[in-house]
Design a protein around this ligand. Structure first.
Ligand code: GDP
Length: 196
C-alpha cells in the first residue's frame, strides 16, 4: 500500500468537489503546527508531499491524495485552532468539515494528531466531539514523541486515555509517533493497510 507512489489528487473547498466515493479513505486532523504535514510525508515516504506550511491554518482545503496503487484516498484536513483566522473563514470551514465527516460513506477512520508534549486541549476536544456525533471512528496519534522524556510521555498518555473515555467513537489504542525519528510510522502504516 505504501510501496507505490502517493500523489496529490485535488484540493476540495465544497462537498460538490469531492472525488467519487469509490475506495476506502482515511483522514488526518490536528491543530496547526501539530506536525501533520511531517507525519503524512513520513508515512508516504515523501519529502514534501503535504506542504510543511509556514503559515499555519492558511490552507482551508480538504486535500486528497491517492495512496499507493490508487487503492485508498489519504485526506489531509486543514489544521484547526489558528487564532488569527477570520471568523467567517472558520465558520465556512466548520460547515464543510461537518458535511464531509457526516457525508462520506467510505471514510473508515480519522486520525487525530495530538502533540505528545501538550495532550488534548479544548480545541481538540471539539473535533473529537464532532467525530463522535458524525459517527466517524477515530484514533489519536501522538506526534513529536522525540521531544518528550519517557516520564512526561506517560503523563500525557494518561491524560489522553482519560479524555478518550468520554468519546464513544475513539479507538482505545494510541499511536505514538515521531516523524523525525520514524517511531510509530510502521505501526500507523499497518493500521491503514488493515482497514476494511
Ligand atoms: P503542521 O502544521 O501540522 O503540518 O506541522 P508541520 O509538519 O509543518 O510541523 C510543524 C513543526 O514541527 C515543524 O517545525 C516540524 O519540523 C516540527 N516537527 C514535526 N514533526 C516532528 C517530529 O516528529 N519531531 C520533531 N522534533 N519535530 C517535528
Amino acid at each position: 500500500l505504501f510501496a507505490g507512489e502517493t500523489t496529490f489528487l485535488k484540493g476540495v473547498v465544497a462537498m460538490a468537489g469531492l472525488p467519487p466515493a469509490d475506495r476506502l479513505e482515511v483522514c488526518f486532523a490536528g491543530r496547526s503546527n501539530v506536525g501533520k504535514s511531517s507525519l503524512i510525508n513520513a508515512l508516504t515516504g515523501h519529502k514534501a508531499l503535504a506542504r510543511a506550511s509556514n503559515t499555519p491554518g492558511r490552507t482551508q482545503e480538504i486535500n486528497y491524495f491517492n495512496l499507493g496503487q490508487e487503492s485508498h484516498y489519504l485526506v489531509d484536513l486543514p489544521g484547526y485552532g489558528f487564532a488569527k483566522a477570520p471568523v467567517a473563514v472558520v465558520e465556512k470551514w466548520q460547515r464543510l468539515l461537518k458535511s464531509y465527516l457526516s457525508g462520506r460513506p467510505t471514510l473508515r477512520r480519522a486520525f487525530v494528531l495530538i502533540d505528545a508534549r501538550h495532550g488534548i486541549k479544548e480545541v481538540d476536544d471539539e473535533i473529537l466531539t464532532l467525530l463522535d456525533t458524525s459517527a466517524v471512528p477515530f484514533q489519536v496519534v501522538l506526534t513529536k514523541s522525540d521531544k518528550v522524556k519517557a516520564g512526561e510521555l506517560q503523563k500525557v498518555l494518561d491524560q489522553v486515555r482519560g479524555k478518550l473515555q468520554r468519546h464513544p467513537a475513539a479507538f482505545p489504542e494510541l499511536v505514538v509517533t515521531s516523524s523525525e525519528k520514524g517511531g510509530g510510522i510502521p505501526t500507523l502504516r499497518s493500521i491503514i493497510a488493515n482497514l476494511e
